[in-house]
Design a protein around this ligand. Structure first.
Ligand code: KIV
Ligand code: ZN
Length: 420
């Protein structure tokens, strides 16, 4: 018998209560440091991950997936350090690590995240016929058994456990419902529905989320999460459809970096929910003008610049929200309209995402305080040792140039942090 997928008021989690965040919001699970780092050529050092994690916390993300601890000693240490620092500050995000549905992975993950005030273990297993037969070489019955055993094991260590059915959108829905029911019975608290190969479409994905809400035993008080890749350029559209159908967590990366064509871009989904907040507030049965996420929009541009700088992956000029041309107007007709009233051709203000907030000009007469202040404005929370080295480089450059730009500062920081 099917249950009607009415959206119930979400039960606040311990993290919601401790941080005063609205339980009805769409939670932003940032995976820049895990799936984003899986972009070809985008590997990050531990120091870079820590700087980015501090910025993600400032941005207001709810969960940081800091890495895949069993993958390497370096990644284990990076996740642990982030858990011990960013995960223990005031108003901390949840710190999460990824693990396959295997005991050694889960144990290693727990050793890294357990230091955080709010740790999470994220465990996954593939559920499509293709993946089960060729990749896992497991029968559906074995996958069901592994789900029960490994989610129970994760739950015996950590009270916050996310379970993902990899390649969910190409899995048999009836089997998927069974896997998710098992995961819930074993103690999962968030169920993630990955579109691992970016194959689904908005209508299909929305229907799948609705199907899960209708058919999975015990789903009422759990968070359904969305995870999607951009192979067909549909990841953000798919997420909006998933949110309309009851999902309350989205897994995103800054600038949409990630495997192949990347993941759903954080800035795009967040600004879609912000710019169209009245529309989404009514769809989600929230008060008009509610903030739909906990994101501090003014930190979006800094975060984008920092990720691009640290990963070496430049942002295409016409990229939505954070591309160099996103707020540029070229044609005479558009320029004329903008001069008369900006709303003619702009649906959001560049300043609302922190673009063009720069108030300090740095040159050879600037002192250490102004230098630090600008770096802080740009989102760089660096140690005194890093600052001292960077300041020497800045002075050398300022002697040769009239004005030292943000781009110059980014390259100085990037060089110094890499050398540590
Ligand atoms: O794309 C995917 O399926 C993943 C899972 C590990 C969540 O990244
Ligand atoms: Zn992924």
């Amino acid at each position: 018998e099917k249950k009607h997928p009415v959206l119930v008021a979400p039960v606040p989690t311990k993290h919601d209560l401790a941080t005063g965040r609205d339980p009805a919001r769409v939670k932003i699970f940032d995976t820049t440091l895990r799936d984003g780092e899986q972009s070809p050529g985008a590997s990050l050092t531990g120091e870079e991950k820590l700087i980015l994690a501090k910025q993600l916390a400032k941005l207001g993300v709810d969960i940081i997936e800091a890495g895949f601890p069993i993958a390497s000693v370096g990644d284990f240490e990076a996740v642990k350090t982030i858990a011990q620092t960013v995960g223990c500050r005031d108003d901390p995000p949840i710190i999460c690590g990824l693990s396959r549905a295997r005991k050694p992975d889960i144990d290693r993950c727990w050793e890294a995240v357990k230091h955080a005030s709010f740790p999470r273990i994220h465990t996954f297993i593939a559920t499509s016929d293709l993946h089960m037969e060729y990749k896992l070489k497991k029968t559906p019955a074995e996958v069901l058994e592994a789900t029960t055993e490994m989610v129970s094991h994760a739950r015996s260590l950590c009270e916050d456990v996310e379970f993902s059915a990899e390649d969910a959108t190409r899995s048999d829905p009836e089997f998927l419902y069974e896997v998710y029911s098992r995961a819930i019975a074993a103690g999962a608290t968030t169920l993630n529905v990955p579109d691992t190969v970016g194959y689904t479409t908005p209508d299909e994905y929305g229907a799948l989320i609705r199907g899960i809400r209708e058919n999975v035993e015990g789903i009422e008080n759990l968070t359904i999460s969305l995870h999607g890749h951009n192979d067909l350029g549909l990841a953000v559209a798919n997420f909006l459809s998933g949110v309309e159908n009851g999902a309350r967590q989205v897994e995103t990366t800054i600038n949409g970096i990630g495997e192949r064509a990347g993941n759903a871009a954080m800035e795009e989904i967040v600004m879609a929910l912000q710019v169209r907040r009245q529309y989404y507030a009514s769809k989600l049965h929230l008060a008009q003008n509610s903030f739909l996420t906990n994101i501090n929009h003014r930190e979006i541009y800094n975060s984008s610049r920092m990720v691009s700088n640290m990963t070496g992956m430049s942002v295409q000029p016409n990229k939505a929200i954070v591309g160099a041309n996103a707020f540029a107007h070229e044609s005479g007709i558009h320029q004329d309209g903008i001069l008369k009233n900006r709303l003619t051709y702009e649906i959001m203000d560049a300043k609302s995402i922190g673009h063009g907030d720069n108030s300090l000009v740095l040159g050879k007469l600037s002192g250490r305080a102004a230098f630090r202040a600008r770096l802080t404005e740009m989102g760089y929370d660096i140690s005194d040792e890093e600052l001292n080295k960077a300041f020497i480089r800045f002075k050398e450059l300022a002697d040769k140039k009239k004005e030292v730009t943000d781009w110059d500062l980014e390259s100085i920081i990037s060089d110094e942090v890499k050398q540590l």
